[in-house]
Write a protein that binds this ligand. Structure first.
Ligand code: GLC
Length: 474
């Protein structure tokens, strides 16, 4: 049985299950199914939305567990090396820009190095630009000759990428920009119905090829839906086609529909509980290769971001911008390798963790799995002179967390497994007897078993403090 047959069957099974659920829900409310569907339409959901919702938890399980992915921006803009918006922000005329397609000549199988790096970095999935706003297709297509096979590369770069990711056991995602600066109808489609028809057919056609020609694809990452509305893009139909061809896939929200997850860009903002989200972020300030951009984030920032994202129940899609030949900038390799080395011992504090209700503390961050709290101490306390006077800080190296509930049962350092002593009262937990120098960099993780779901809220204890004497004359 080939892949398509087996997945089509599982699709039918899922749709069967969704149908049965809808039927059961309708029955319990005393509605006939068409009436239930009409009720759905009134509340703004369509039968397709309901089918996607019914299979969402199962389709997204691997993704929630994975937490950390690699985004790859690579295309003709990489040849210019000044960010992937160069065509537009520098006003490069299309005939000039097209010349890049002849000069885009990457080395064979560059994607293998990306996939190996992703693996070493502890990333569990990859998302590559199949077509960015520039309109150039990194894949083989029958719909335009502006593609990697018929231009400079002379081969299908998306196929190489898919094979490379699979060889490392990583999940495969496709980025696809709906906005197209090259296609003759890419802007005209807003004001000319014949152009819209042609351009929407072209867009759906390219997506169909991507969803048909590369086996099982795990993520479809739409981008920029300018200039059309979801109705004009026929986004419902687009997603329906995608799910028919790839029943297990997850899709984002950038074709104007909610999809399976939200996509905060360059900032970490958790969605409301129950809604999946993924922060995408650059490692410097550019998505596409940008020769002069030296604003590299440090491994410390990356692991802290990963903790903030995991704490909010999200995912972190961190970008690399390979050079025109596909090589990875050395600064990117250095940062990701250090993050990966650290995740080798601290991955337990991220993969498969749950949303965590813990407020901020400048010295540390938090993640949680069930009743286990992970304290990510990125600024190690070392020796505090106050330990000489305040019994609170005895013995001298103490990590103290105010407002941690409930009761702590045990604690240990993730790096060494060393047991950590502690004392706890209703206001704080003090982890004591710690080494003078941070046992791990860029952060030391203390794994804390609690007798219920841990939360940290230092403000909650404010009204509870016994206060002495102030304002009372004695
Ligand atoms: C924005 C940019 C684009 C980048 C994307 C990644 O939409 O236009 O260049 O690919 O964000 O999220």
């Amino acid at each position: 049985m080939n892949w398509n047959e087996s997945t089509r069957r599982s699709f039918l099974k899922q749709f069967g299950a969704a149908g049965a659920m809808a039927m059961a829900a309708a029955k319990s409310e005393g509605l006939s199914l068409p009436a239930a569907q009409a009720a759905g339409a009134q509340s703004g959901t369509t039968p397709a939305d309901e089918r996607q919702a019914a299979t969402r938890a199962q389709r997204m399980q691997w993704w929630h567990e994975a937490k950390f992915g690699m985004f790859i921006h690579w295309g003709l803009y990489s040849v210019i090396g000044q960010h992937e918006w160069a065509k537009e922000v520098e006003g490069v005329p299309i005939p000039q820009y097209e010349i890049l397609a002849k000069h885009f000549k990457p080395k064979p199988n560059a994607a293998r190095d990306w996939a190996r790096l992703a693996k070493r970095a502890g990333q569990r999935y990859m998302v590559m630009t199949t077509k960015h706003h520039e309109g150039f297709c990194n894949f083989d297509t029958k719909l335009t000759n502006y593609n990697a096979v018929q231009q400079g590369p002379g081969r299908d770069l998306v196929r190489e990428y898919v094979e490379a990711a699979r060889a490392e056991g990583l999940r495969v995602g496709f980025y696809y920009s709906l906005m197209d600066w090259h296609h003759p109808d890419g802007a005209k489609c807003k004001t000319d119905e014949a152009a819209r028809r042609r351009f929407v057919d072209y867009t759906h056609g390219l997506i169909r090829e991507l969803m048909t020609n590369y086996g099982k694809i795990d993520v479809l990452w739409y981008d920029v839906d300018w200039p059309l509305t979801p109705e004009e893009w026929e986004s419902e139909k687009m997603n329906q086609m995608v799910f028919e061809l790839q029943p297990e896939i997850i899709v984002n929200n950038r074709n104007g529909l909610p999809g399976d997850f939200s996509t905060p860009e360059q900032h970490i903002t958790a969605s409301e509980a129950g809604r999946a989200w993924e922060t995408c972020m650059t490692l410097n300030d550019s998505w596409g290769f940008n020769r002069g951009d030296d604003a590299w984030k440090t491994p410390k920032e990356i692991v802290d971001n990963l903790a903030t994202v995991s704490k909010g129940g999200g995912n972190y899609l961190l970008n690399i911008g390979p050079e025109p030949d596909g090589s990875i900038p050395p600064q990117t390799i250095a940062v990701l390798e250090e993050v990966g080395r650290w995740l080798d011992t601290n991955g337990k504090a991220f993969y498969g963790t749950d949303r965590c209700n813990a407020g901020g503390n400048v010295n540390c961050n938090y993640t949680r799995r069930g009743n286990t709290l992970y304290i990510h101490q990125h600024f190690w306390p070392g020796h505090t002179p106050a330990a000489e006077w305040l019994s609170f800080y005895q013995p001298e190296v103490v990590v103290a967390i105010g407002g941690l509930k409930p009761k702590v049962l045990s604690a240990r350092l993730l790096k060494t497994g060393q047991k950590v002593d502690f004392t706890q009262d209703e206001f704080s937990v003090r982890f004591t007897g710690l080494p003078l120098v941070a046992p791990d960099q860029p952060a030391t993780v203390i794994e804390v078993e609690c007798d219920g779901e841990p939360t940290v809220n230092h403000a909650a204890m404010r009204p509870l403090w016994p206060r002495y004497k102030v304002g009372i004359s004695i």
